[in-house]
Design a protein around this ligand. Structure first.
Ligand code: ADP
Ligand code: MG
Length: 625
């Protein structure tokens, strides 16, 4: 029989180096990781077995055994779950595939002390065994397959794989415990660790050891160690904060603290139990295009699937935890779950509950809610255009920054601050808060003390298209249409019409031709010379940029309206020049440079960057002569 030698992926080697040399004081978490993998493996087999009962034929009841042997200084964790074949062993235990590990690697700083604490935060799964073992052997046979394999490594650079014998499907992981980690073959120590981290695991965990009594040498004792009642089935008052946290880590494969815990039992026509968590950090896959929900579905305490699209809407995909139904059949398959009426009424009720819990938090704990909003607001806002029935509710729950200050604010707050006679809610959309704040289009609004909301998430453009008003007030972008900022429009305009400015406007129109839709005097600028705005019926400029970025724009971008600031010194000088003969060429360059300037302020490139640079050089040269 051949033994293949293989190298770990470079990233894994780095990680293993850390584990092997780790002086982390909570090394005990390795057992939590092994038990969690064993329990996942049993859940997976049970689920596969629903559609392929052959897989379960020699499986018996699911069980996790932990066997200690003081003589050989080994600890073995075995399960009768799904198991791994050769390819699985190579990809799961030789590369970094799982999300938790790669985010761990991204967080590594090189500072040993800091990095060691990350181990506790992230767990880093299987590889943590090398904190306590100097050799690890994984014997595994995949359910439904004949061959078994032995994976073996000392955690330094390489591992070997060879064919092996194993009677039943499942995985057996043998740790050869390091001398300085001897505590991990003490039965009491191990029982304690399991109680702390894995008590809620629903699969029975049995500890098996050689009897320590005199004269009973070859006898084994075995003892069930975990309680095994599903944590969510217990009453709230019996669960400690610490237990909730450990369960969140287990169920979410996460290592942050839960930001919010929702645990209740619904009784009535449809019965189910909910134990859901809002993480305090964004999970890695939050913005994956698949927008998958990760909540686990159980039926009467039995795991069914964590891949059920209908359990919660996509805009709540940051939720983690368990929904356990009393009404669905135990052998329900993925296909049967789709459009299932029980499932949709559970989903509907749970969604309602989550939103109302969040509303409560917004009232009671503003800082906590704002923190939630910063982390998951961009996802929740997808509900504004996806969930018609809850549109207004989510809109009211939404928070934004605005010109009013540095604190997050709501639309209701904005409305309560509106000036007398103001009938419009003004906003600006941009890629970031910084970009929004810099926008020249805001100048006039600031000068008149009119609050403008900054919408800076890509999703904002999408819901804004569908929401023309809030609370009876029109929503309007400050980069679009005319800004009604004049107090006495008509009179002012008449008074200020200057022949010089009119001359400049017509020169600009002639020079810029089709590249702009119109050139007009601005009343939204106070400092800057120019800005661009979208015409009333044209697409918002920021929206257009987003679509362009995603190659979703059909046809050419719309031409913009260029606005100039009559009070700006440059515009004044150009206006003078426009009435004089002999500055035709200079004005041609100036027209193009004004437009390019406005584009740059929008975060765009000038139409022709090279020509822009050469014009700029000409002007600089002239000013140094
Ligand atoms: P995670 O559990 O977060 O995926 P781990 O590092 O703990 O990451 O495990 C990596 C992968 O190895 C698992 O996703 C699983 O596919 C596989 N694995 C680990 N232990 C077992 C086991 N006991 N039975 C079957 N597969 C396992
Ligand atoms: Mg794991």
């Amino acid at each position: 029989m051949t033994t293949e030698k293989m190298g770990f992926e470079a990233e894994v080697s780095r990680l293993l180096h850390m584990m092997v040399h780790s002086v982390y004081s909570d090394r005990e978490i390795f057992l939590r990781e092994l038990i969690s993998n064993a329990s996942d493996a049993c859940d997976k087999l049970r689920y596969e077995g629903l559609t392929n009962s052959d897989l379960l034929k020699d499986s018996g009841d699911f069980a996790i055994d932990i066997r200690l042997d003081k003589e050989s200084k080994t600890l073995t964790v075995s399960d009768n779950g799904i198991g791994m074949n050769r390819e699985d062993l190579i990809s799961h235990l030789g590369t970094i595939a799982r999300s938790g590990t790669s985010s761990f690697m991204e967080n590594i700083s090189g500072d040993e002390k800091k990095d060691v604490n990350l181990i506790g935060q992230f767990g880093v799964g299987f590889y943590s065994v090398f904190m306590v073992a100097d050799k690890v052997e994984v014997l595994s046979r995949k359910a439904g397959e004949e061959k078994a394999y032995l994976w073996s490594s000392d955690g330094i650079g390489e591992y070997t794989i060879s064919e092996a014998e194993k009677v039943r499907n499942g995985t057996s992981i043998m740790l050869h415990i390091k001398d300085e980690a001897y505590e991990f073959i003490e039965i009491h120590r191990l029982k304690n660790i399991i109680k702390t981290y894995s008590d809620h695991v629903t699969i029975p965990i049995t500890m098996i050891s050689k009897s320590e009594e005199d004269g009973a040498e070859d006898e084994e004792t075995s003892e069930r160690v975990n309680d095994g009642t599903a944590l969510w089935a217990r009453s709230k008052s019996d669960i400690t904060e610490e237990q909730y946290k450990e369960f969140f880590h287990h169920v979410a494969h996460a290592y942050d603290d839960p930001g919010m815990t929702i645990h209740y039992r619904a009784e009535g026509k449809i019965e189910y139990t909910v134990m859901l968590f809002i993480p305090s950090q964004q999970p890695m896959d939050l913005f994956d295009p698949a927008r998958k929900t990760k909540v686990k579905l159980y039926v009467k305490r039995v795991f069914i699937t964590d891949d059920c699209e209908d359990i919660l809407p996509g805009y709540l995909r940051f939720m983690r935890g368990v929904v356990d139904s009393e009404d669905l059949p135990l052998n329900i398959s993925r296909e049967m779950l789709q459009n299932n009426p029980v499932m949709s009424s559970i989903s509907n009720a749970v969604t309602k509950r989550i939103l109302s819990e969040l509303e409560k938090k917004a009232k009671k704990d503003k800082d906590g809610y704002n923190q939630f909003w910063e982390t998951f607001g961009p996802v929740l806002k997808e509900g504004i255009y996806e969930d018609f029935a809850r549109r207004d509710q989510i809109l009211k729950m939404s928070r934004f920054y605005s010109t009013a200050g540095d604190e997050l604010t709501s639309l209701d707050d904005y409305v309560s601050r509106m000036n007398d006679g103001q009938d419009t809610i003004y906003y600006i959309t941009a890629d970031s808060l910084e970009a929004a704040k810099r926008s020249p289009q805001l100048e006039g609004f600031k000068a008149k003390d009119i609050e403008v909301i900054y919408f800076t998430d890509p999703v904002d453009e999408f819901w804004l298209q569908m929401i023309p008003e809030f609370d009876g007030k029109k929503l309007a972008s400050v980069t679009r249409g005319s800004a009604d900022l004049d107090d006495k429009k008509e009179d002012d305009n008449e008074e200020e019409k200057s022949p010089e400015l009119e001359a400049l406007l017509s020169v600009l129109k002639t020079n810029l031709g089709e590249t702009v839709k119109d050139v007009r005097k601005s009343n939204r600028l106070t400092d800057s010379a120019v800005c661009l705005v979208a015409d009333d019926n044209d697409m918002d400029m920021h929206m257009e940029r987003i679509l362009k970025m995603h190659n979703k724009l059909d046809g050419a971008a719309s031409a913009r309206v260029m606005e100039i600031n009559a009070d700006n010194d440059l515009i004044k000088a150009l206006s003078k020049a426009a009435t004089k003969k002999g500055s035709v060429d200079l004005l041609k360059d100036a027209s193009q440079m004004l437009l390019d300037q406005a584009k740059i302020m929008e975060g765009d490139l000038p139409d022709d960057p090279v020509a822009f640079a050469s014009r700029l050089s000409k002007v600089m040269e002239a000013s140094f002569k």
